[in-house]
Ligand binder design. Structure first.
Ligand code: CAA
Length: 277
């Protein structure tokens, strides 16, 4: 099996890392050769650490090739898209993938809050499109949501499910409803957490301690928002609000202001907390 990954940012690189670890031939596409190399180095670093810690015996980074040319994905059996969370660019990409890839290739999107149906809506073979929604950080989080639309063919859906298992994930089957399963619950919950900061006049440190030590969360909501990216969360909240019109889905003003100010969390060095590069 050969897998293509389009976009080697945090999510795409994490997915490519899982493919290499599972021994799958992988081609990753980035917009510049430099970004592709950077992602490959990061993947090699994390896999080397796993070898050093005795979690895996070895890995073969040569399984991953990077390219800037989408047509290098022509012989992939399954392609996972992990580019910017905007409908227009995703729709354009899927039309291009449809032209480039074999007719039997499965085309998957890692979108977190957009509609898979909308992403596939400009294509003539939407029946081969599925959602494969990984969680951040993809190499560490066990879940992948396998999402089907009204049009998705059973064999395309099952191929994506089987790949999820091959990558060592716990796949769950779900439908193309806003936020699928986890984000439908998690996004309004994180928004509530941020609103509580003001309402209860509590510090991010204390809110995080509250949810970690009182509710058993592995990391606090502010730390989690910094990890996910404030901009990514605002974008996902807006997409959910647009679909569901529930006030809890709308991003809290504080997050919108932070995103505008470039306080994006870990990736910008500053969000609710500060980070060394
Ligand atoms: N790839 C591989 N390894 C990685 C990594 C990555 N991307 N990021 C970190 N690691 C490594 C670390 O470097 C560390 O190895 P070292 O020994 O070399 O330091 C190792 O993994 C373990 O790291 P931690 O000690 O930080 O691990 P932890 O036990 O504290 O767990 C966690 C970290 C899994 C992230 C845990 O804190 C957790 O479960 N947090 C909640 C995360 C969560 O809820 N994610 C979902 C976000 S929502 C989402 O993704 C939806 C969406 O659509 C936006």
């Amino acid at each position: 099996m050969k897998v293509g990954v389009v976009g080697l940012g945090a999510m795409g690189a994490g997915i490519a890392q899982l493919c290499v670890e599972a021994g799958v031939d992988t081609v990753g596409r980035e917009v510049t050769a430099e970004l592709g190399e950077k992602a490959r180095d990061r993947i090699a670093h994390f896999l080397t650490r796993k070898v050093e810690k005795g979690q895996i015996e070895s890995f073969d980074i040569a399984l991953l090739t990077t390219t800037t040319d989408l047509s290098d994905l022509a012989d992939c059996d399954l392609v996972i898209e992990a580019i910017v969370e905007e409908l227009g660019p995703k729709q354009e990409l899927f039309v291009e993938l449809e032209r480039i890839c074999r007719p039997d290739a499965v085309l998957a999107t890692n979108t977190s809050a957009l509609s898979v149906t909308d992403i596939a809506s400009k294509m003539s073979s939407a029946e081969r499109v599925v959602g494969m929604h990984f969680f951040n950080p993809a190499p560490l989080m066990p879940l992948v949501e396998i999402v089907r639309t009204e049009q998705t063919r059973d064999d395309a859906f099952e191929t994506a499910y089987a790949l999820g298992e091959k990558l060592g994930k716990h796949p769950i089957r779900c439908h193309d409803t806003p936020g699928f399963v986890v984000n439908r619950v998690l996004i309004p919950l994180l928004n509530d957490c941020v609103r509580v900061l003001d309402e209860a006049n509590v510090t991010p440190e204390d809110l995080d301690a509250g949810m970690k030590f009182g509710a058993g969360w592995p990391m606090g909501p502010c730390e989690l928002l910094d990890l996910v990216g404030i901009d990514v969360h605002v974008h996902a909240s807006e997409a959910m609000f647009e679909k569901l019109r529930e006030p809890r889905m709308a991003p809290p003003e504080q997050l919108v202001e932070m995103a505008k100010a470039g306080q994006l969390g870990r990736k910008s060095g500053h969000g609710f907390f500060s980070y060394d590069s």
